[in-house]
Design a protein around this ligand. Structure first.
Ligand code: CMC
Length: 440
């Protein structure tokens, strides 16, 4: 809900057909300005046209602040750099959901809930048998999450009273679903979650433990995964989060709304980019490493090729997440004796050349969160088609926090944009017998 303290004394003057109207001006807690146009159509008969919502604020939110010009990203007021350095993913998930960092007692309780909810109903486990072996894990993930409401319907009618339980259930089960979908794709036996492992260690164990080759959880991999999940935790009104809010605005339950968000994330322009980056780097490597050719292709207006992992709708300078991930990439690969990874070398060369190139400078195109994350996932042993699932795992606390905020906000209305119709004006109906090909 928009608090009166953010509405300024200033009014924005707008003149249409010689008549002047005054609209309120809103300034957020970090100084972001907006013209409040909620009364525009009622006053003037006009709507605004803003494809891709490049200039449209769809809500007020207290969760994440980002300044794309300065490269700042804060969750609930805390710098992403500090959170990535000092916190566990679960601590950050708690922060996103509740608005404050947990005490030791609160964090322990949250951990107990996650342990309690980690199992899937065994009937759901059988679902995995019915997918073809090459099914994309994102399709499995979105349909499994959508199915959760059928197995756990008891809290959906009063979600705000039960949001802690529902959030812990989702966070814990999504991790289990993700790991099970991978095991099933291999045809390997499922590894059940353990109560004595941390969130990230538990996930890695479910992915890689084997009856023939026992898996030892590697603390370097756990730390890297923890950092990556934190960095993906939230990113204000991006495509998938806006989808979760939009679907939820029709008063759709949390599980179905998150399932829709997972589908939105799948796209190669959004969360699917981390997979596309590695595919691109592998292709460059296989074709002899001539990365400059790909830079030229990305610049060619006649070529649809884009340098994946570059550019961002909001960041017009360095994406702070990408800087942290690049450093983590060096640390993890050295600790794993993989510092000479050819894909990392190509990525760094691409970045260096692109950042000096006029085309990229003029358009403010910098590496985004997806540019280096796949190199870490690959080093940990996560297969490429699971990369976007990893993004979903990280983004889940942000989606839930936004859904909760949207549900609780008296300003929320069902999401229903308008349009400017440009089709044919009203015309006379022609019966099928009288229609001619040329009459269209
Ligand atoms: N390579 C080459 N040119 C690019 C790229 C790129 N990666 N990104 C943008 N451009 C050009 C684009 O061709 C356009 O040029 P012109 O003005 O000459 O027509 C200009 O830069 C502006 O691009 P846009 O498509 O209008 O910008 P947008 O804000 O609509 O799109 C984007 C943002 C992220 C979809 C886009 O930069 C892109 O396609 N990047 C590659 C895919 C990618 O890495 N996606 C992950 C995004 S970050 C994580 C997430 O959100 O999930």
């Amino acid at each position: 809900m928009l608090d009166d303290k953010y509405v300024t004394e200033k009014k924005v003057e707008i003149t249409i057909d010689g008549k002047t109207y005054y609209l309120p001006m809103v300034v957020g807690s970090e100084g972001e300005k907006a013209v409040d146009i909620r009364s525009l159509r009622a006053q003037t008969g006009c709507i605004t046209l803003d494809s891709g919502y490049m200039n449209t604020g769809s809500c007020c939110s207290k969760i994440t602040f980002l300044d794309g010009e300065k490269g700042i990203l804060n969750y609930r007021g805390y710098r992403i750099e500090d959170l990535a350095e000092h916190c566990s993913f679960i601590e950050v998930a708690y922060l996103l959901l509740h608005g404050y960092l947990p005490t030791v007692g609160e964090l322990n309780y949250f951990g107990q809930l996650l342990a309690k909810f980690a199992l899937l109903h065994e009937d759901m486990v059988h679902f995995f048998d019915r997918y073809p072996p090459n099914a994309h894990p994102m399709s499995i993930l979105s349909s499994m999450v959508g199915s959760l409401v059928s197995f756990y319907p008891e809290m959906v009618n009063n979600p705000l009273e039960n949001i802690d339980l529902m959030a812990s259930r989702l966070l814990s089960k999504l991790r289990t679903i993700a790991a099970f979908s991978y095991r099933k794709s291999l045809g390997h036996p499922l590894v059940y979650p353990r109560h004595d492992y941390s969130y990230c260690a538990n996930f890695l164990n479910m992915m890689f433990e084997s009856p023939v080759r026992p898996y030892e959880v590697n603390p370097v991999e756990v730390a890297a995964l923890n950092k990556l999940l934190i960095l993906h935790g939230d990113h204000e009104q991006n495509c998938s989060t806006s989808t979760v809010r939009m679907v939820g605005s029709a008063r759709v339950n949390l599980y179905a709304s998150i399932s829709a968000g997972i589908s939105a994330l799948w796209g190669p322009l959004h969360g699917g980019a981390n997979q596309a980056v590695i595919e691109m780097l592998e292709q460059i490597h296989l074709k002899g490493g001539d990365y400059k050719k790909y830079i030229e292709r990305a610049k060619d207006p006649k070529d649809s090729f884009r340098l994946v992992g570059f550019g961002h709708r909001v960041y017009k300078s360095h994406d702070p997440r990408s800087r942290i991930i690049k450093r983590a990439c060096d640390d993890v690969l050295s600790a794993m004796n993989m510092a000479s990874d050819p894909l990392l070398a190509i990525a760094k060369e691409l970045e260096e050349v692109a950042l000096k190139d006029e085309y990229f400078i003029e358009r403010n195109l910098y590496p985004n969160v997806d540019f280096y994350s796949g190199i870490i996932y690959r080093a940990i042993g996560i297969p490429m088609n699971m990369f976007t699932v990893m993004f979903a795992l990280g983004r889940l606390p942000g989606w839930i926090a936004h859904w909760k905020e949207m549900w609780d906000d008296p300003d929320t209305r069902i999401g229903r944009p308008r349009q400017i119709y440009t089709g044919p004006c009203q015309r006379e109906f022609v019966s099928i017998e009288e229609r001619k090909l040329g009459d269209r």
